[in-house]
Design a protein around this ligand. Sequence first.
Ligand SMILES: [Zn+2]
Length: 96
Amino acid sequence: MTNNIFCCDSLSTALDNAGNSGFSVLVAMNTFNKTFFFVQQYRTRDKNDKTGILTIGEVGIKFCPWCGCDLERVINDNFELAKDNYEKNKEFLFEF
Ligand SMILES: [Zn+2]
């Protein structure tokens, strides 16, 4: 089992929240060059809550919002971890 630490505990906590209400960080894939990047996402409902209206906001991030490190470098240094997280969280990514 690999640990889930890219750069800091706060980013790992945000990754673990993928699919749940509030702010999360997810690993997304650039469909043109197949590289990974991080997005910060806000959603109004947990994944299993089917009531009411689900609102999602999502924006790509280049630097960790908590420790400030360069996330492209972090992904390059932890490619397998990025891939694992992408497989786990891709169902929650906003399609556009
Ligand atoms: Zn960090």
